[in-house]
Design a protein around this ligand. Sequence first.
Ligand SMILES: Cc1cc2nc3c(=O)[nH]c(=O)nc-3n(C[C@H](O)[C@H](O)[C@H](O)COP(=O)(O)OP(=O)(O)OC[C@H]3O[C@@H](n4cnc5c(N)ncnc54)[C@H](O)[C@@H]3O)c2cc1C
Length: 315
Amino acid sequence: MTVLAVADHRRGSLRDVSYELVTAGRQLADSTGGDLHVAVISGNVEEFGEKLNLDGVDTVHTVANGEEFNHDVYAGAVEALYAELDPTVLLMPNSVNGLDYAPAVANALDLPLVSDAVDFDYDDGLTATREMYESKVETTVDVDADQVAVTIRGGEWPASTKAGDAEISAFDFEPEGELGSRVLGFEEVVGGDVDITDADVLVSVGRGIEEEENLELVEELADALGATLSSSRPIVDAGWLPPNRQVGQSGKVVTPDVYLAVGISGAVQHVAGMKGADTIIAINTDPNAPIFDIADYGIVGDLFEVVPELIEQFN
Ligand SMILES: Cc1cc2nc3c(=O)[nH]c(=O)nc-3n(C[C@H](O)[C@H](O)[C@H](O)COP(=O)(O)OP(=O)(O)OC[C@H]3O[C@@H](n4cnc5c(N)ncnc54)[C@H](O)[C@@H]3O)c2cc1C
């Protein structure tokens, strides 16, 4: 089997999901002893190509065409690579970019599309796992087709990091006719100075904090730990922190070394965004809070007593 995975980048950097796509692609290719091809389209393709030269990748195809994501370029380049490689599985990210071009590509190539896969298996055909009903239900999709397109959810596969010895091959592609759209610039949302997906240590605050003015206490803890502050959704909905701080299904998927959940219950929609953290620590008054089911360390206690004590200890 041949697997073709399409990397993702934005504003000059490869997105984490690109490295996760390599792991996912290798997993599939291994199940039939096949090849893994990775494509990177636009941007600094020389640098990206080197970064994607990872263990288990057979060929990296670089498509130099513009700087940023463009629908026509991506859709056309992926279709052209597909025609050349004839892959059994075409893997794309379930990111803003991926969700833009993947359905168009699947439609143009007449492929079934499984979106937002969180796991899969290959044995005479693809079986993918998807989450439904706000992650309350897991469904298994058996694909009855010889070839399939899949978008994968970020944060579900470990990132591939080990250097490899792939062939790096430039692929010439020019879209036909005029581009239907192009990037004119970027505008950050308010508070967009912090990218919580980059943080090694996150102190995350939930509704247990009760009042906006109490946030100061958790900010102090984050400062003492050299951590970044994030939150559950009710804190953002209340307007106490900007949307770019929200962790979860409708927020950001984070994979820090340490995630300290303060007064967060651990609802499935929250857990969807932070379960990939290496070490999860929870502070909660309720010993039955679901967050303790996934926490490595837990403190059953009142945050208004525990947090000041932690600040003192860390300072
Ligand atoms: C479509 C959809 C998408 C969603 N997306 C997201 C998302 O992206 N991110 C997200 O977070 N949520 C999301 N939600 C909301 C989610 O279902 C939960 O409502 C939310 O995560 C709960 O946030 P919380 O844990 O802060 O609050 P709560 O569930 O109210 O939990 C507060 C916790 O604090 C504890 N507590 C109270 N007082 C103290 C104290 N003094 N000391 C210590 N602990 C205390 C309580 O025991 C409780 O466990 C989504 C919901 C829907 C329907």
